[in-house]
Design a protein around this ligand. Sequence first.
Ligand SMILES: C[S@@+](CC[C@H](N)C(=O)[O-])C[C@H]1O[C@@H](n2cnc3c(N)ncnc32)[C@H](O)[C@@H]1O
Length: 407
Amino acid sequence: MLGAEFEVDVTNIAHGGISVARHEGRVVFVADAIPGERVLVRVTDDAKKSFWRAETVSVVSPSEHRQPHVWAEASVDRAPERRAGGAEFGHIAPGHQRELKRQVLADALQRMAGVDSDVRVEAIDGEPDGTGWRTRLRLHVAKDGTLGPFAARSHTVIPVDSVPLASPEVARLTPLDERFNGATHVDIVAPSGSNAFVLAGDSTSKGRPKPHRVTELVGEREFAVDVRGFWQVHHGAAQTLTSAVQDAIDGDLFDPRASNHDLYGGVGLLAAAVADRFGPTTRITTVESDALATDHAASNLVEWLGSQAVTSRVDRYLQGLRGSATSWRGATVVLDPPRSGAGKEVVDHLVGLEPAQIVYVACDPVALARDVALLRERGWELSRLRAFDLFPNTHHVEAVATLVPAG
Ligand SMILES: C[S@@+](CC[C@H](N)C(=O)[O-])C[C@H]1O[C@@H](n2cnc3c(N)ncnc32)[C@H](O)[C@@H]1O
């Protein structure tokens, strides 16, 4: 059926920004559509018996929420293989993008963790059309040395004239007219507290590139971070998550002298949020696998005498505490894992340490739901949940959840 074309009615949204339809009883995952539409699709993957994947070739009857794509080069008017990737919700009105993200999050929590939630996805400060927010942008290099994004679901570099999701400074510096022969990708990074950089990368070169420290500002506070290291991409994200994590902590359960932790701590953004709320005597330890990020965390947190920054994988760190007399009773744990989530081993160790509360910052709704399910099976419950649109015009959504022992 590869390449076959037919019309379908799109009924739902699925994780990953793909819509769901049915054709002769079989589930078809459709890109670039909106639930409620009738679209003409072309099958791109028929390898599985239970479902196919397809692309929208044209829209037969559009949703009231369809808008001209914010990035002309990603529009459904182009042939599917010529559409720029990375803005897969750009054809949907911003308020409805957030509604679809809400549905994916609420559905994952209901289905996987048995939790009903009335969560909504909150817009954050920025352009109303969801453009102009990326302070970090990676483009890829084609065989002829030109730059562009990959097409959706492929490694074909698409030449573009604009990068509308980029912040104005990143967009101004993006060298779309230059050639980068020999490089595989180019990163454009515009930190809020230091000069911007254009960094050509070559995945074949050996070893780590030389470290280079830049400064990010969150309110009055400065954070040192490596130019290639992890930092939230939306210009308003670090402040949004700082406030959200501060609000998510139940103050009655917080003990500044307990063994508080910021796991997957990066350069200490969320440890600083905790310490800023609870004051100079707060004890808090960040745990992060990247040694350079840990060095930056140590300097970013230097004013809090009770802070420590440890380089370790979180699973190994928690494993190392097993059998020791260490207690996390009364502790607050901030958990901000990568997209894959924390997983069973980390959840088991954490629960065994008996902290007072966990504030879980999640960039993947399904991984969050999986971990919430594990915690619920072990006697914990979800007590608060907020979600934020930190990635407008994409399918991504960030959630901040508080979990406490039940009863
Ligand atoms: C989503 S980021 C969060 C960073 C930080 N909380 C922030 O908001 O800036 C996840 C961090 O976890 C780190 N990481 C990934 N896997 C890890 C692991 N198994 N153990 C410890 N850190 C890990 C990454 O290097 C990254 O800094």
